[in-house]
Ligand binder design. Structure first.
Ligand code: UDP
Length: 373
């Protein structure tokens, strides 16, 4: 056989795997359904500006190994994510921090006052274990913030009422009692200068890649090209949906070139009102503001991000975390465990809400398990 590994999907999981395999002298062939590499972190340079084609991606991690790993393939800038939330013509800083609390409750100035105000509001949940996202949010930040900054956004994002969503997702958002608008708590953060596609290109190096090649359409022939397969597509599609479809959430993007050097003053604006159909607007040039040539152009690209239901054929973005899907995933994972020569990886293969660093860490672990076998 010509290859040690057939890597299905050219996203971050397989780019990590390929980089490690190359170093270890193993031969990989990558096949990718789309006509480009880098999966959903793909960036495309349009008139000098790197566009995050599948939504904003900000790299952040607390894991030093992971940080050192990615820094082999790109120079990261010092971008710090500080999105703002816009509702009814008013702006609030995110994540929830002293700036947010003071803007919502002008008499709140000190951390103690903020803690007291939240405790007063969270009292409606006293003695109750939160059983859904609404209850979880109110017990964490109180009803005012829930109504203003969480409810509308979350219900648009997930397409169902907060009272019907699992509590965990909201815990992704930091809550802090300092005047600090940095969205992430992690020690390391930044954007690869020159875009994610260039970084992923370096990760793959001279690995053979076939674009516009659908693995599932020619599974048998392609499987014969390598000893083992790393599959990063949706796990249910690999098994031909034999137990039924897992649910995903999808996104649609509307990107416009606008006149003006600086349109919104920040990379990410969250639109938290239920009345605005999109959740975020992204002004791409702000991700690489140190690139003054791109930043000073008299035009700018702004993308509206619309959450959408997912149907077969759409791009899947987020796994939907609920008991039905967890149980269904378990069944597929049991089948997957019987496939001795196929490894399932990444957000779609493992059906997990991975951040980029989680994906890389999982791929490093997966590779190490393979070489230790
Ligand atoms: N969220 C919210 N208001 C916001 C931003 C986020 O209520 O302004 C909630 C929402 O439920 C979302 C979750 O927090 O699904 C996680 O947000 P994050 O920004 O981590 O989502 P991602 O960037 O992965 O889409």
């Amino acid at each position: 056989m010509k290859y040690d590994y057939l890597l299905v999907g050219a996203g971050l999981f397989n780019a990590t795997f390929a980089a490690l395999a190359r170093k270890a002298g193993l031969r990989c062939l990558v096949i990718e359904k789309r006509d480009h590499i880098a999966g959903n972190i793909h960036t495309e340079n349009v008139e000098g500006i790197n566009i995050h084609k599948y939504g904003a991606h900000i790299f952040h991690t607390d894991d030093e190994n992971c940080w050192n790993f990615v820094n082999q393939f790109a120079t990261f800038n010092r971008y710090t994510n500080s999105p703002v939330a816009l509702i009814d013509g008013k702006l609030f800083n995110l994540p929830f921090n002293m700036n947010t609390f003071h803007a919502i409750w002008p008499d709140v100035i000190t951390p103690l006052q903020a803690q007291q105000r939240i405790a007063e509001q969270a009292a409606e949940m006293a003695g109750k274990t939160p059983s859904n996202l609404e209850e979880q949010a109110i017990s964490l930040v109180g009803r005012d913030i829930y109504e203003l900054l969480i409810k509308g956004y979350t219900e648009k994002q997930w397409g169902r009422p907060c009272s019907a969503l699992a509590p965990d997702i909201i815990k992704r958002l930091p809550l802090r009692f300092t005047y600090d608008n940095n969205y992430f708590n992690d020690r390391f953060q930044g954007i690869p200068m020159g875009g994610y596609t260039a970084m992923v290109e370096k990760m793959f190096g001279d690995t053979d890649i076939r674009l516009s090649c659908d693995f599932l359409a020619d599974k048998e022939n392609l499987s014969n090209l390598a000893e083992k397969i790393v599959y990063t597509g949706t796990i249910d599609s690999y098994f031909n949906y034999c137990f039924g479809e897992l649910e995903y959430r999808s996104l649609r993007f509307k990107t416009e070139k606008l006149d003006g050097q600086n349109i919104q003053g920040v990379a990410v604006v969250n639109h938290t009102s239920a009345d605005t159909p999109y959740t975020r607007t992204i002004e791409h040039k702000h991700f690489e503001a140190e690139n003054t040539t791109a930043f000073n152009t008299p035009y700018s690209f702004v993308t509206e991000e619309y959450p959408a239901d997912w149907q077969r054929g759409d791009e899947p973005y987020y796994p939907v975390n609920n008991p039905r899907n967890s149980e269904l995933y378990r069944k597929y994972a049991d089948l997957a465990a019987q496939e001795t020569n196929v490894i399932f990886g990444g957000r779609l293969g493992m059906y997990r809400y991975f951040d980029m660093d989680d994906t890389i860490i999982a791929a490093i672990q997966c590779f190490q398990q393979q070489v230790n076998k």
